[in-house]
Design a protein around this ligand. Structure first.
Ligand code: ATR
Length: 287
């Protein structure tokens, strides 16, 4: 029986067990997925123990994502771009592989909402320049978008992100700025992605003037608590397409499940379905 889990501190709030538990049941797999609490000083020892106990790997959440990256032997580009890992796979040869599936999770969910060729050549505005934004910019680049503008409260952080992302890449236009440059960036935006924690339960929302966006623009918020953030509410009120953060949450988990239960799944990724979404909405209601 393959075992996996999510390691964090605290970890009680994590929705990962709901996602993986749903898939274990749906595919009739005899496996387990647990919450694994570990304080920062216990992180490395806990990983060593889990490997010794034969776990297939773990998902990693706050505050261990950077430590997980540092501990791994091999790193996917998505993890390198963020210096962080949300997935550690314990490989048969004893090495640990690090991946960060947050960015591809968001892009996969956008493609399922907007159509698979939708992102090609498009102008995308990313709000925020933290770890989440780094992963998302990397994944957007990978899908061949036309232009990526990163706007952040502290503009220098947006500039740093763009400097890393654009190094030796010429086929996508990159731009950075402060939130004050919103109106200019928004006029020809096809999609806006909010990666900031503004609008999350307990945080004041971003105060963006959505009237400057094209009428057919889409807005995506990676925050999923609340499911309808004030930003998405105003987007809907203007008739703009609004995409909530549950799609990203579901899509970022799929490659982890595929890696943990590879043989049982015949190498395939699990499906992201409306039933899974319903299970998450229910779990969020109980939080
Ligand atoms: P994560 O790794 O989850 O992205 P982070 O690195 O703490 O988290 O980044 C949080 C992002 O939200 C940052 O872009 C931050 O802006 P600053 O870099 O200027 O701090 C942004 N953010 C948080 N609260 C915000 C607010 N009230 N208004 C605007 N941006 C905010």
């Amino acid at each position: 029986m393959n075992r996996a889990g999510v390691i964090g501190w605290p970890v009680a709030h994590s929705l990962s067990p709901v996602l993986h538990g749903y898939w274990l049941k749906q595919y009739g797999i005899d496996g387990s997925y647990e919450k694994i609490p570990a304080a920062p000083e216990d992180f490395v020892a806990t990983i060593t123990r889990l490997r010794a106990e034969g776990y297939a790997g773990v998902n990693v959440t706050v505050p261990h994502k950077e430590a997980a990256f540092a501990l791994a032997d091999t790193h996917r580009q998505s993890a390198k771009a963020t210096n962080a890992a949300n997935l550690l796979v314990f490989m048969g040869d004893g090495r640990i592989g690090a991946d960060n599936t947050d960015g591809t999770g968001l892009v996969d969910s956008l493609e399922s909402e907007l159509g698979s060729i939708a992102l090609g050549g498009k102008n995308i505005v990313v709000l925020g320049a933290g770890g989440a934004a780094r992963g998302i910019v990397e994944a957007l680049y990978g899908r061949g978008v036309g232009k990526i503008t990163v706007l952040n409260r502290h503009a220098e952080r947006a500039l740093q992100l763009i400097e890393y992302a654009s190094a030796s890449r010429t086929n996508v236009k990159f731009k950075s700025g402060s939130l004050a440059e919103w109106a200019e960036a928004a006029t020809d935006a096809w999609l806006v992605v909010n990666t900031t924690s503004a609008g999350m339960k307990g945080n004041p929302p971003l105060d963006m003037d959505l009237s400057v966006l094209p009428k057919d623009a889409a807005i995506c918020d990676i925050v999923y608590n609340p499911l309808e953030t004030p930003l998405l509410k105003s987007a809907k009120a203007r008739g703009l397409r609004a995409i909530d953060g549950l799609g990203m949450l579901m899509c970022q988990a799929a490659p982890s499940f595929q890696a943990f239960f590879f043989d049982e799944m015949g190498g395939k990724a699990p499906e992201v379905t409306p039933g899974l979404r319903t299970a998450l909405v229910e779990a969020l209601g109980q939080h």
